[in-house]
Design a protein around this ligand. Structure first.
Ligand code: GLC
Length: 440
């Protein structure tokens, strides 16, 4: 089977592009200093000063079923957990390192418990694995930043191949020891460190051997702000299945060099950090999240929203509350997200976005307007319009009414009035109109 063919890629992506909305979970020792997952690097915390967190780590409130329930109630359909982040700490019981959760006071294989709990709630599951490693002595680059001279003298390098073998072994452990995984999220490439430097062909061979349906992100070649061969007409086998712009929603659906849409997923923090940051209260609102989500889908993309559980294992209450509100909106308006894609040539609307599923076109109105809402170019194709939240009729403006003649100047466009001057939209963040189109 040619795993790299267009057909095979499209098939693998089917569930993903249906589900659209996922939860990212960044969690590890860095939840204790609580200043984000890059704290060790940014603050130059050397090995001796990071080690205490390892001896302390004991998330007594870790209850992944509770996390899974929060994700599910938010309308999320999949979740990706950091099995190892850049600090090298493993949340799984790897036989290739001692630097793992089972050796902390916590004593648990946190990855296994996460996978069991999320699968039990019917969610798809993925693991994030950092290509960078600030802990492994054979990973280049971090002397003087986090490895002191003394530490280096006591841990002489044996060569990058030693690290590669370690990394490949761990990836194999994850691919073989934890049941069916739906996503592997490798992170990330930079400078010379990309593609075959990681032994990418070998990684993708393992992936396909053990987990033929698994989706991979594109960071064996790229990063949040750069993209590899997935944007070319002939993506390499390790190009990954989807692009992953970070903390932004692109202006348009990204396309490859021949103009075809590239599958993508925008990864977004809920505040300004991925890992837990106790002083960071700069949370996005549920309105921001809902609009980002519908914006992504209107451009054919997915949205994976992050939470950073704290040192004791809890998803911060404020994050959980925001997710709950998002879930309430999705309960009512989910038909305009799940299974939906971009409406060709109709992403933007003056006051919102469009999404599409079969003969249903969904208008997501973000703003109230006193003017009639204009549906450009589809007058002849409209069978009916209903408010998605309650099925109520939305009548098109009658061309024979008092204002009608003005709108006759725009042949082919349809118009409707919605709400009065002072009324709020029924879903002020995003009110969805379901436009049923006539068969072509
Ligand atoms: C970046 C960061 C990282 C985060 C990730 C999520 O590559 O290094 O901390 O895990 O993006 O997209």
């Amino acid at each position: 089977m040619d795993f790299n063919s267009k057909e095979a890629r499209a098939k693998r992506l089917e569930w993903f592009q249906y589900d659209r909305f996922g939860m990212f979970i960044h969690w590890g020792l860095y939840a204790i200093p609580a200043r984000g997952e890059w704290v060790r690097y940014y603050e130059g915390i050397d090995d001796e000063h990071y080690e205490p967190y390892f001896h302390e780590f004991n998330p007594i409130h870790y209850d992944p079923r509770q996390w899974a329930r929060i994700a599910k109630a938010a309308g999320m359909k999949y979740a990706v957990l950091t099995a190892k982040h850049h600090d090298g700490f493993c949340l799984f019981d790897s036989k290739y390192t001692d630097f793992k959760s089972t050796n902390t006071p916590c004593g648990k294989d946190l990855v296994r418990e996460f996978l069991d709990a999320f699968r039990a709630e019917g969610l798809k599951v993925g693991l994030y694995y950092s290509l960078l490693d600030w802990h492994h002595p054979d990973y280049p680059d971090f002397d003087g930043i986090i490895h002191t001279k003394e530490w280096r003298a006591a841990h002489p390098r044996t060569g990058f191949d030693t690290y590669l073998t370690y990394m490949h072994n761990q990836i194999e452990e994850l691919l073989t020891g934890y049941g069916k995984l739906d996503i592997m999220w490798f992170d990330y490439s930079y400078g010379e460190m990309r593609g075959e430097k990681w032994g990418a062909s070998k990684i993708v061979e393992m992936v396909r051997k053990y987990q033929p349906d698994l989706l991979m992100d594109d960071r064996l070649e790229g990063a949040g702000g750069s993209v590899g061969s997935i944007a070319t007409a002939d993506p390499l086998p390790y190009s990954g299945d989807f692009m992953c712009p970070e903390c932004l929603v692109p202006f348009e659906c990204p396309r490859n060099e021949t103009g075809e849409p590239i599958p993508w997923e925008s990864g977004m923090t809920l505040n300004d950090h991925w890992g837990y940051a106790s002083a960071d209260n700069n949370y996005k609102t549920a309105c921001d999240v809902v609009r980002d989500l519908s914006d992504c889908v209107s451009k054919n993309g997915n949205f994976i929203l992050n939470v950073g559980p704290d040192a004791l294992g809890r998803i911060p209450a404020q994050a959980a509350r925001i997710l709950g509100e998002v879930g309430e909106w999705l309960q009512i308006n989910g038909d305009s997200i799940y299974g939906c894609c971009m409406a060709e040539n109709m992403q933007y609307h003056d006051f919102g976005r469009y999404t599409k599923k079969g003969n249903k076109l969904y208008l997501h109105l973000y703003e109230k307007t006193n003017r009639p809402v204009r549906l450009a170019g589809i007058l002849d194709r409209i069978e009916r319009i209903r408010l998605l939240r309650d099925g109520s009729e939305v009548a098109l403006l009658d061309p024979n009414s008092f204002h009608g003649p003005i709108y006759k100047q725009f042949p082919g466009d349809a118009f409707f009035f919605f709400g009065g001057r002072s009324e709020e939209l029924p879903d002020p963040w995003d009110t969805v109109f379901e436009i049923t189109l006539k068969a072509d």
